[in-house]
Design a protein around this ligand. Structure first.
Ligand code: KG4
Ligand code: ZN
Length: 341
């Protein structure tokens, strides 16, 4: 099938999303978020998110099909995120997608959400180079991946051993009194601060002691160091210089992410780096990647924001890749996998 029409459904966390892709062109893209309902709790509450998915599923999928001017029987395949993510949230999306596929007699693909973040970049930048590296950073994941064939062969080159970068930002933001998600607030304040005002360790600069893992990350120590520094200031009755704290945190995290990502590109002989996930909206990371990538001759592909955050287009695009590669659909009884590697 040269240009399959694929409906993609996403429900791993707090976004219920659906989109239609034809080949590698985006036809429609609808996102409903329950983020505001979680804000007052300081993080995503799985129960609330699952209920919101159950309420939004039918309206969001209907809108995505209507915006594409299609009926369900006109799509060639359905794809849905099967993991990683919150189990209750995945269950709603996958059950809904199974029901649609069964009723309409369509092939169904349960896809890996993180690979979807890579696949979606094709909608903006076109096909991948033969081999490429991808840096996926969000509130839930921080991974460096070697992409040989997005439909069949993606290897993990590095990952965070503890917190994701977005999670680290969100936790410090909470200490500073910003609402959830705090990442964008840190970004905004960091632009006015001194990035060298406070000494923030750079997680795992050398790789795990004694082991050859130079591309793994660790942000838990970074978070603890900044949190302790803030607590010390408060205990001593000194004002906390919010802009400087944000700038120093952002400098540390953006530096280690970009250094390791570009070093991995050199190691694997890739002249391109794909970037995705909600944290790729971060201005300090974007600036650092452009700088380090420019020095080393690596082209950095960061898609526009609506394709970086969780959406249905990433799922539909990977589904389209799978159909075009002739990969067999998932079995009707496939399981969700909240810890999918
Ligand atoms: O991919 P995403 O929408 O959801 C998942 O976590 O899967 O990413 C959301 C994460 C949150 O941690 C949020 O604080 C962070 O991305 N984020 C940012 C920025 N925009 C979103 N972090 C730093 N700077 C930003 N501009
Ligand atoms: Zn995501």
């Amino acid at each position: 099938m040269s240009e399959p029409v694929v409906l993609g459904i996403e429900s791993t966390c707090d976004e219920t999303a659906a989109a239609v892709v034809r080949g590698a062109s985006l036809v429609s893209n609808v996102v409903a978020s329950s983020m505001e309902e979680h804000a007052r709790y300081g993080g995503v509450i799985p129960e609330i998110a699952s209920r919101a998915h159950a309420e939004s599923f039918v309206p969001v999928v209907s809108r995505a099909l209507a915006d594409a001017d299609l009926d369900l029987d006109q799509v060639d395949a359905i794809a849905v995120s099967a993991g990683p993510g919150l189990a209750g949230c995945l269950a709603v999306g996958v059950s809904g997608a199974k029901a649609l596929a069964w009723a309409a007699g369509k092939p169904l693909y349960g896809i890996n959400h993180v690979i979807g973040h890579i696949a979606v970049t094709q909608l903006q930048f076109g096909p991948f180079p033969d081999e490429t590296l991808a840096l996926i950073v969000s509130g839930g994941h921080t991974s460096l991946l070697h992409v040989k064939d997005v439909a069949r062969h993606v290897d993990v080159v590095g990952t965070t051993l503890d917190d994701a970068a977005g999670e680290c930002f969100d936790k410090i933001a909470r200490l500073l009194g910003f609402p959830y998600p705090g990442g964008p607030h840190i970004d905004r304040h960091a632009r006015q601060g001194d990035p060298h005002a406070i000494r923030v360790p750079q997680g795992l600069t050398q790789g795990r002691a004694g082991l050859e893992h130079p591309y793994d990350f660790s942000f838990s120590g970074v978070k603890t160091a900044v949190a302790r520094w803030i607590e010390e200031q408060e205990a001593a009755g000194r004002p906390v210089p919010v802009d400087d704290v944000c700038a120093s945190l952002a400098e540390s995290v953006a530096t280690v992410l970009s250094r390791k990502a570009i070093a991995a590109c050199e190691r694997f002989g890739s002249d391109t780096l794909i970037v995705g996930g909600g944290f790729s909206a971060n201005s300090q990371l974007r600036a650092k990647l452009a700088q380090v990538g420019g020095q080393k001759g690596v082209r950095v592909r960061i898609p526009e924001l609506k394709l970086c955050t969780d959406n249905g287009a990433m799922v539909a695009m990977l589904g389209s890749n799978l159909v075009q590669a002739g990969v067999r659909p998932s079995q009707p009884d496939f399981a969700i996998d909240s810890a999918m590697p």
